[in-house]
Design a protein around this ligand. Structure first.
Ligand code: G6P
Length: 356
C-alpha cells in the first residue's frame, strides 16, 4: 500500500499533486497550436449540432455543471442533470440530443441508467470517463477519455480537474473554433496548477479553521460548481458540515447560518461584474462577523474584505476555476489530516457506487 503512495501519507495528496501531469496527459495531442484547432481523435466520428444534456453524480456532476456552462458559452444549448433524477424529471430527449455521461469510473449505476434511458429515447450518447472499457465506455455510442491515470482515493481530485479540461475541449469541438488565446490559456493550466501546489498556504488556513462549526463556499459562474465541489470535498473527508452556494443565493437563507465560527470561502477572480457582485456578498458575510477566505488572483480588491487569501495566478475564468478548486482540495485535505480522518477511505463512502 505504502509503495503505491509514492512517499505521501495518503493517495489523496499524491493524486492532488499529480494534477499537472494528469492535465498534460488529458491535453496531449489534442490541441494543434500551429493550426489553432482542437482535435479529439476519440470522438472523431461524432458529428453533432443539437442540444446537449449532461448526466452525472457527485463530483462528476459538478464537472458536468461546469461543462454545460462552458458549452453554453460556446453557443450550444446545454444542461446538466443529476443522473439519479434524470429519468424522473421527464427531460425532453430525442434523436437530436447528445447525452453526455460524465463518470470517472464508468460504472456508477445512476449514470448508466440515465444513459440507457437516453439511448432508449433515440439520443446519441457519449461517455466522458477515465476508465477504458468501462460499462459507460462500452455502452455509449462514443467515449472521450480524460486520461487522468488511476485514482485510488475515494474523494475524486485529479479526475475532476481532468474532467474540467476534457469538457472544455469538448466545448470547442461542439461549439466551433477556439481562439488562439483560448488554446494557449488551456495549454498553460497544468503549469499554473504546479505553481498553486508550490505556493499554497492551505495548511495555514486549515490550522486557523480546523475547529470551525461549519464551512461555506460561494462562487458565481464557473466558480459556482467549484463552490459545490469545495464543500463536497470538505464533507467527504472531514465529516464536518460544509455547503456550497451560488453567491447570489446567500441572502435567500444561508446568511442565517453564518457566524464567527463558520468561515466562508469565496472564489473571486478577475474584476468583472460577477466578481464585484460576489465581493458585495463577501461584505454582507463580513458584516455578520464570519471569517472570509478569498480564493483570488488579486485582480479585484476582495482581499481588503477577507481575513485570509488563497492566491492563484491571474488567468482566464476557465483556468481560474481549475486553480481555485485545487486550493480547496488542499484545504479539505489539510483539515481532514489535522482531524486524523481516514482520508483515502472515508466512512460510509465508496469509490464507485454500483447500486441505484
Ligand atoms: C462516488 C464517489 C465520488 C464520485 C461519484 C461519481 O460517490 O465517492 O467521488 O464523484 O461516485 O463517480 P463517477 O465514477 O461516476 O465519476
Amino acid at each position: 500500500d505504502d509503495v503505491g503512495k509514492g512517499g505521501y501519507d495518503h493517495y489523496m495528496l499524491k493524486e492532488i499533486r499529480e494534477q499537472p501531469t494528469a492535465l498534460r496527459q488529458c491535453l496531449r495531442g489534442r490541441i494543434d497550436e500551429l493550426d489553432g484547432t482542437v482535435a479529439l481523435e476519440d470522438i472523431a466520428d461524432l458529428d453533432h449540432s443539437g442540444p446537449v444534456q449532461f448526466v452525472a453524480c457527485g463530483t462528476s456532476y459538478h464537472a458536468a455543471l461546469f461543462g454545460a456552462e462552458r458549452l453554453r458559452a460556446a453557443g450550444v444549448s446545454a444542461q446538466a442533470f443529476l443522473a439519479s433524477e434524470y429519468t424522473r424529471e421527464r427531460v425532453p430527449v430525442d434523436s437530436d440530443t447528445l447525452v453526455v455521461g460524465v463518470t470517472q469510473s464508468g460504472e456508477t449505476a445512476d449514470t448508466l441508467r440515465a444513459l440507457r434511458a437516453a439511448d432508449g429515447a433515440g439520443a446519441t450518447t457519449l461517455a466522458v470517463t477515465n476508465t477504458v472499457a468501462s460499462s459507460a465506455a462500452r455502452e455509449c455510442d462514443h467515449a472521450l477519455y480524460i486520461r487522468a491515470g488511476p485514482e485510488i482515493g475515494v474523494a475524486a481530485t485529479k479526475t475532476f480537474a481532468s474532467q474540467q479540461l476534457a469538457l472544455a475541449l469538448l466545448a470547442f469541438e461542439l461549439g466551433g473554433e477556439a481562439t488562439r488565446a483560448e488554446l494557449e490559456a488551456i495549454r498553460d493550466v497544468p503549469g499554473h496548477v504546479q505553481t498553486v501546489l508550490e505556493t499554497t498556504t492551505a495548511t495555514e488556513i486549515a490550522e486557523a479553521y480546523v475547529d470551525a462549526d461549519a464551512y461555506f463556499f460561494v462562487g458565481r459562474g464557473y466558480h459556482y460548481p467549484v463552490a459545490l465541489e469545495g464543500a463536497l470535498k470538505m464533507k467527504e473527508i472531514t465529516y464536518k458540515h460544509a455547503e456550497g452556494f451560488a453567491a447570489g443565493e446567500l441572502k435567500h437563507g444561508p446568511l442565517a447560518l453564518v457566524s464567527e465560527n463558520t468561515p466562508v470561502f469565496a472564489v473571486v477572480t478577475g474584476d468583472d461584474e460577477a466578481a464585484r457582485k460576489t465581493i458585495g456578498n463577501v461584505k454582507e458575510v463580513e458584516a455578520r462577523d464570519a471569517p472570509v477566505v478569498a480564493i483570488t488572483d488579486g485582480v479585484s480588491d476582495v482581499a481588503r474584505y477577507a481575513d485570509h487569501v488563497l492566491e492563484i495566478p491571474a488567468v482566464d475564468d476557465l483556468g481560474a476555476s481549475v486553480l481555485a478548486n485545487v486550493q480547496l482540495q488542499l484545504v479539505a485535505y489539510r483539515v481532514a489530516n489535522q482531524l486524523g480522518r481516514s482520508i483515502d477511505k472515508p466512512r460510509h463512502l465508496a469509490k464507485s457506487v454500483t447500486v441505484e
